[in-house]
Structure formats: C-alpha cells, structure tokens
Design a protein around this ligand. Structure first.
Ligand code: C5P
Length: 303
C-alpha cells in the first residue's frame, strides 16, 4: 500500500494479489472454508483519493464515485457505486465503531478487474481503513484495524500487512507475514466474465490429501523461481473451470506460452503465468493480446 499526500487529499495506491498456493482444508460451521493460502502483492494498483469533508456530516454523507481505468466489456459487472461497494461498507463500519461524524469524499480509479481473484475489492477496503484512520485521526491500533478488516472480507487483513507476502490461514484472515529479497515477474490475463467467489467455494471439495506450501515458500526465499513455479497450486481451479469454459480456454493458451508455470488466482477468473524475467512477461502478454484475450497486464512482486 503506497500513500501520497496531494494537496488536501490523501492518495492511496492499493495493490492486487496473486495466490501462489491455495489449499481448501475443510468446511466450517459458519459456511466458510478453512484455507491455507500463500499470497503475494503485485504492482497492479487501484488508486483511491480521500478528501476530508470538514463540516459535520450525517452518517450517510459518503461522497463516493468510482471509474474503471480500462474499457469494460458490455457483459462486465458495473462498478458498485453505493451500498454494495466494499469501500462504502468500510466507511460505514468505521463510523459505527468509532462514532466519528466526519465526512469524506472518495474517488476510485479501478485498474484491478472485478470478480477476478486478484483481491481488488479487499485491497480497496484495507486502503480505506488505513487512510481514514489517518485522515480522521482515529488512532486505531493495528490490532483494531485487523479486527475490522476480518469483518469486511477474508482477504482484507492480508492487505493491511506491510510485507506483501504472507501465508494465510483460517478463512484467509489469519496472516503469517513472510519475507524474501527477490523480484518475480508475472503476466496476468482475464477473459470477459468474472467468477463469483461464493459460487466457486460452493462447488469445491475439501482436500483428501493435503498439499503443503512449504516447498514453494523455501524456493521463493532462495530466489529459485524455476523450482517455485513448479509448486503452484490452487484447489479452487477445478471447480472454477467447471463453472466457466472460458477459463479452460485461457489455461490452454498459457500452455503454449514460454512461462515457468501457470495457475488461477484465488477464486478466479484471473489466470497468471510466472515468467523468468520482465522481457519474457511482456512477450507472453503480447502473445495473449494477439490471441484476443481482453485483459492482459505484466506485473512484478512488491516485496
Ligand atoms: O470473505 P469474502 O466476503 O471474500 O467471501 C465471499 C464468499 O466466499 C463467502 O460468502 C463464502 O461463501 C466464500 N468463502 C468461503 N471460504 C472462505 C472465503 C470465502 O467459503 N475461506
């Protein structure tokens, strides 16, 4: 998460994430699934600007507007502008929890596609928690911010952590920050339509034999991308492929690219390839674009 003061506004660049490993350990009584997942932040950012409205504002005074940075397909989801938007829900939760009566104007410039498993909505929510804690001088501790984050969504806690690389357990909200010194390169692609997280989880079966993230973590920390990329794993990929034939077609396109390994991120529908260097990532992106894939970006890990 990158913060920048710009005149009266606080600008926040909220990163996307990739799941390099995701195992589903079991179903829980609360309807969620117990996970073990390895997440890494990458340099694809939504940009949010927060400007304090100084006059005392009623609880519903949240001036929010969002716009996409890229052309949306006609079948694409619209950007939720009001009550459905996780940013607005985050402001409402903060107001309820702290009794703060201040207002805020929020503008969102969205580069991370919706419903893609890249964590854009969760990252925006974490950005909002941190930005308003500063702007409204709420003095919430990290522990209090994490408690609120867990109420907003399973991935929000990951984006609060400064490390940008973590092993996450529980619903995904219990994070163990990790570190490594290397930069890794990826190409990310998505077909026209996204996938609903709830629908993908509803189709998944908890693992009979549990995979371990440890070989991947050890290879990452050694900087050995070639070995690490052989251990990419996502237990949500088979159910997601069952729901969306476009995803199977995208995977087939990645099979023909010179990438070290490839996988779906989170609950999809974004798919990524791990590349040996930036040049190869850009070459892979050009190939995907020439084959009609509508959303393609190259990114680098942020750790
Ligand atoms: O936590 P979040 O709002 O991102 O989750 C969206 C939906 O995905 C949940 O309502 C649930 O159906 C499913 N989910 C799950 N297990 C998880 C995380 C999400 O079943 N660990």
């Amino acid at each position: 998460m990158l913060f920048q003061q710009h005149e009266q506004s606080l600008l926040v660049h909220a990163p996307a994430k990739l799941n390099l490993f995701l195992e589903v350990l079991g179903r829980r009584a609360d309807g969620y699934h117990e996970l073990e997942t390895l997440m890494i932040a990458v340099d694809l950012y939504d940009t949010l600007s927060f400007t304090e409205i100084t006059t005392e504002a009623p609880d519903d005074a949240i001036d929010f507007h969002g716009a996409f940075a890229f052309r949306q397909p006609e079948s694409g989801l619209p950007l939720p502008q009001e009550a459905d938007n996780l940013i607005v829900k985050t402001v409402q939760l903060l107001k309820r929890e702290t009794g703060c009566r201040r207002g805020v104007k929020i503008r969102l410039f969205k580069r991370i596609p919706l419903a893609s498993g890249l964590g854009g909505g969760s990252s925006d929510a974490a950005a909002t928690l941190m930005a308003l804690n500063r702007l409204w001088r709420l003095d919430l501790t990290d522990e209090e911010l994490h408690r609120l984050a867990a109420q907003l969504g399973s991935d929000v806690n990951f984006f609060l952590a400064p490390s940008g690389f973590a092993l996450c357990r529980g619903r995904g909200e219990s994070i163990q920050p990790l570190s490594f010194q290397h930069h890794f390169h990826f190409v990310i692609a998505r077909m026209h339509e996204g996938l609903s997280t709830a629908q993908v989880f509803a189709q998944c079966k908890p693992a009979a034999i549990v995979h371990s993230a440890m070989p991947l973590i050890e290879n990452l920390q050694r900087g050995d991308a070639a070995s690490a990329s052989q251990s990419l794993y996502n237990a949500l990929q088979p159910p997601a492929e069952g729901l969306k034939s476009e995803l199977r077609e995208l995977k087939a396109k990645f099979n023909e690219l010179p990438v070290l390994g490839h996988s779906m991120s989170g609950s999809g529908a974004a798919y990524y390839g791990w590349c040996a260097n930036r040049k190869l990532a850009q070459a892979a992106a050009a190939r995907l674009r020439s084959r009609g894939v509508p959303f393609v970006v190259t990114v680098q890990s942020r750790c």
